[in-house]
Design a protein around this ligand. Structure first.
Ligand code: ZN
Length: 71
């Protein structure tokens, strides 16, 4: 059965609920049906590139922890 994460738009609590078919889930805390389903994406994930490595070693180097580092 699909388990979805919801946030209640009434009491603002988050909860995981099983949803079967067209069944409308209810908030376990306040009973409200105004639940917004959260997308199952990892929290905090961004597409932005990591910190720049430029300035530490020659161009193309990944750093001391990488095998391509000449030193
Ligand atoms: Zn609620």
């Amino acid at each position: 059965m699909p388990l979805y994460e919801f946030v209640c738009q009434k009491c603002d609590c988050e909860q995981e609920l099983l949803v079967r078919g067209e069944e409308q889930p209810q908030c376990e805390a306040c009973g409200s049906e105004k639940l917004a389903r959260l997308l199952s994406v990892p929290a905090g994930h961004t597409a932005a590139p990591g910190p720049s490595l430029s300035g530490s070693g020659p161009p193309g180097s990944c750093g001391t922890g990488c095998g391509c580092f000449p030193g």
